[in-house]
Design a protein around this ligand. Sequence first.
Ligand SMILES: [Zn+2]
Length: 229
Amino acid sequence: MASKNGKPSARRAGAGACPACGAAVAAAPATSVVRPHTADLEALLRGSLNRRECAACGQAFVLDAPVVFRDDETPCLIYFLPEADAGRRARAAGEMAGLAATAFAEAGNVPPVCRIAFTRRQFIEKVALHLRGLDDRLIEYIKYQMFRNPQQKVSAASSELFYDFSPGHSDRLSFLVFERGTGAATGVARLPLTVYDELAAGLAGDGALGKELGRLFPGPHVNVEDLLA
Ligand SMILES: [Zn+2]
């Protein structure tokens, strides 16, 4: 894994001990991020949530704790489940619907957006898309089209795409390109925002695109990776 600027990202630790020297880490990880409370949310978007630096040896690392993002204003639940095997992932995806129903029991009939992510980068991307008011199914669908379009020169075999939520380029839809395996940032792919707008208009229209998205993404794990498998 590498951070957006290409530098190696911090090492990871799941048990509250420094991965380099084993010294105990005192601070417990944040396990929920609730909008509109903003401090943890800003840390999440910066990539600093649950990052620690070992007081003993100076090693930086990330605590691999599950985190739930919850938005009570625009009902949404996004669950981050790191370091899970396939069985655990499948069970967690099945549990999401019940969790959402409980969390928003008082919210009336608005069906909450309910998502699950298995990597930190995917989790941050999901939260950023939600905050931007973008439909993540359309974003994953656009990634799929980009991988299939030879003119885009983005290979699904060697690259991953992540929505670029950094400020600027409001007329563009930008994706950061990361190399599979190393996680190194290798470039940016840009599309006119009208690509998204036209799909969004189609989704609001005759229902065919909605059916297609429901077929492509039947559960809470909405990710182009599942279409490439
Ligand atoms: Zn240490």
